[in-house]
Design a protein around this ligand. Structure first.
Ligand SMILES: [Zn+2]
Length: 62
């Protein structure tokens, strides 16, 4: 249900975010925009998104 989205962090570095269920927002609150030029794959994951994602998974299991 959660999708990854390759966007940028606040400094413009490519980074994987996790999208909310409606795919309009990232879990960390970074605005989802079309990536500027090309589809460069990020090799880093957004930490706030990962933590929010893990918390969501944990709450679903319990
Ligand atoms: Zn994020």
């Amino acid at each position: 249900m959660h999708e990854m989205w390759c966007g940028t962090d606040t400094s413009g570095e490519p980074m994987w975010h996790v999208l909310t269920a409606d795919k309009d927002l990232t879990l960390c609150g970074v605005e989802k925009r079309e990536e500027p030029g090309g589809r460069e794959k990020a090799d880093r994951h957004c930490l706030p998104c990962m933590k929010a994602f893990q918390a969501a998974m944990a709450s679903m299991k319990s």
